[in-house]
Design a protein around this ligand. Sequence first.
Ligand code: NAD
Length: 474
Amino acid sequence: MQSKRAGSQTAQAAASRQGVVSVRLIGRPAVSPVCASKKVGRVTPAARRADTIKAQSAATIDKTAAPSVTPSSNGAGTRVMIIGGDGYCGWATALHLSARGYSVCIVDNLCRRQFDLQLGLDTLTPIASLHDRVRKWSEVSGKHISLQIGDICDWEFLSQAFTSFRPEHVVHFGEQRSAPYSMIDRQKAVYTQTNNVVGTLNVLFAIKELAPECHLVKLGTMGEYGTPNIDIEEGYLTVTHNGRTDTLPYPKQGSSFYHLSKIHDSTNMLFTCRAWKVAATDLNQGVVYGVRTDETMADPLLINRYDYDGIFGTALNRFVVQAAVGHPLTVYGKGGQTRGFLDIRDTVRCIQLAIDHPASRGEMRVFNQFTEQFSVNQLADMVSREGRKLGLDVVVQSVPNPRVEAEEHYYNAKHTKLVELGLQPHLMADSMMDSLLEFAVQYKERVRHELIKPAVDWRKTGVKVNTMGAAVAQ
Ligand SMILES: NC(=O)c1ccc[n+]([C@@H]2O[C@H](COP(=O)([O-])OP(=O)(O)OC[C@H]3O[C@@H](n4cnc5c(N)ncnc54)[C@H](O)[C@@H]3O)[C@@H](O)[C@H]2O)c1
């Protein structure tokens, strides 16, 4: 597949030229990723003692945060490659696993940062460069995370990354993950599908050729299922048809070119599990909210990104920022759209559970990774209620729905498998108590109001390249 790779050309070209990067960490000699993984793999008693992360300067970030953690070393040096480790879920996961003794290598081409530059967006929280983040993590925790900057669609880069790091698990977050972004114009639809499908295909080929024992943990989305008028199962559905019974992949009905890219990924994974005996876990993740994990709050330079704009912001994160700055909560249409949600603290735990209990060779396991389901109206009510407790004047406003989706529908999705493995969910009501709103209020001076409104209309997606910045104002 050939395409112009939208927006990220500068960063990607630079990244590809750089190839595999070895990062010099403060107080440590420069090491190659191979050496780094071996070094972290040996967990000495001294290193165990150093596990206690000091909550340096955390009070300057969030007065309610209590980030002092004493992680165990149950990772025992297991080599985990985190593709997309500079992103929202990936960064929190990289630190969570590193803190627990896994040997972590982040692979990222930094295209997410390039999308912000391309569209004039910014995260609510000021995030440090990936290199600075990793250096600071080393200082704070005594743990080394190796870094490989490049594009997984570039086979030469990816194969080199695999050969040098020799992952036992690959956690694949590294995709263009915004449905609105994929619906801006033809170019971005093609970019999204090329980036996501080719990237995942390359990962599957890398596992087959270079690391056949490696377990793939791939982030899919609950959005792959759509909103069927029957219960949503975890990946598979047993069907009796004309007197015969079979267990088949659950029907998928994506509602954007982004969601469709995830469905193609799942199909390619299922095929390679059968054909090549790849071991894979497909995590159909719900909408993630929150920003704080113990590790990302341990220092201002480790803080995670928080997107609130109309393109990359997810529902609850957006409502919380809107409430904090006195903008009406923008409910799309009737607001009956119901989805699964989870706290970022549960995302990182789910990934660890998937790694600690890997799929077998040839198995394509599917977990629905969310903890609670809510309609958009329920979210708006919850944010309004909690906002008022903080003295905020919260107004809810129905705006024309820019998406093509059912606004009132049945929704009952199963999500028991991760709980069976030991997940203890953080529930949304408690997270609100944990001051998601107070956090947004703390950063409200950084909010740019023009980025809040819905930015991309599904019905208007066309071939004309939309070059407008500031969240594609229409
Ligand atoms: N955030 C959510 O609410 C949510 C919900 C469901 C599923 N997911 C899935 O979880 C994953 C992570 O989501 P996120 O919110 O952290 O996204 P994100 O955009 O913050 O992070 C993705 C990271 O992948 C990198 N990346 C993208 N394409 C790459 C490529 N070709 N080569 C190397 N790196 C590449 C980006 O630079 C970025 O750092 C995605 O696959 C997404 O579809 C996220």
